[in-house]
Ligand binder design. Sequence first.
Ligand SMILES: N=CN[C@@H](CCC(=O)O)C(=O)O
Ligand SMILES: [Zn+2]
Length: 432
Amino acid sequence: MSSSHRLLVENARQLVLICSGGEKYLTEPGMKNLCVIENGSVVVGSDGLIEAVGPAETIRAQYSEATFEKVIDASGMCVMPGLVDAHTHPVWAGDRVHEFAMKLAGATYMDVHRAGGGIHFTVEHTQAAAPSDLLASLSGRLARMQRAGTTLVECKSGYGLELQTELKMLEVIDEARRTLPINISSTYCGAHAVPKGKTVAEATEDILQVQLPRLRERMSAGNLRVDNIDVFCEQGVFDLDSTRSILQAGKDLGLNINFHGDELHPMNSAQLGAELGALAISHLEEVTDEGIKAMAEAKTAAVLLPTTAYILRLPQPRARDMLDAGVIVALGSDFNPNAYCCSMPIVMHLACVNMRMSMPEALAAATINAAYALGRSHTHGSLEVYKHGDLLVLNTSRWEHLIYQLGGHQELVRYVVIKGNVVYDNETSTDL
Ligand SMILES: N=CN[C@@H](CCC(=O)O)C(=O)O
Ligand SMILES: [Zn+2]
């Protein structure tokens, strides 16, 4: 092969493909047996897509005449797909460090919410913020995530709760998607809380009659891209009926259903999601056996959020029961002013220790299955030919160190690559 290519990463001690048969997701048996090549190389073409992966000597022979814009010698290092964060709330103003102190002193999430804090506090600050300030803080947060290895991230609106601010947030997300290297899946979450002074019925009516129709106009005019619709289905927030009507209306607009369910109380959100053909449901700390069965049958991904259960001291999501039942389990950081974590390696560590997942299961959940939860597993989530050349080079000889070394990703991540371009080069990376 004599043509020019964007990137060659060669001689990786371990090349973790995740899977190699075009799988759109992995369930428990596949998650336990990830596809790993010892001493492997990967080639990314000038279109940013993976052109070849395989044993180093095979790639060397195949590309002996080729030229590359960049070559990374990954001898002694590991290469894996970029991580996928399937659930974040990264657009907001006004941190909530004072509430962290309240919660440490014993207040529950709903105590703070009912007292007008929590999401309401963030809504007030986000409504008042200029789009340029929101974009600046979003960009900084996404850069942090990228340095921790995330190359595809879901970003929600939901701190507006009225048309203008929800649109402002979605526009900021869209601007980030157009201008930053990180891949973004955008989610409309206008039903994140019931605005102060409104009933659930009034809030639902506003979403159905005002917000969604305007969103439809903006999307069909081609000046706003939104991928998913979300609702916080919870006691004291949106009940099952209002959740159903909002999600169905979003689906009618062509959005993927991807919502918060069964977090603090069993709401039968899992059964509702399965009935509506949801692509994913997040949280699920309180999911029932029937809900687990329904999700497995409907192929609705469970996006588990270990930071939330950790910070709020909630019961852990039943990851093992879900995996055993054949549910597609994915992971997300849930980055938001309540759970301030930008690191998927830390999320995987918590999933292993607190939710009893194995390291291969956690990595599959943070790559191919998280991509599935965002409807992107045909292009992301594994190192396979024709997928995006999004990958990490880790300064360690075994990939499991990324999970084992709690917080160690800051030293272990040597390069982050998106579509064959190095977007983070960590010269201070060390292998101890
Ligand atoms: N549970 C609802 N939403 C977020 C929290 C958002 C917030 O507290 O600002 C979550 O997923 O944890
Ligand atoms: Zn959330």
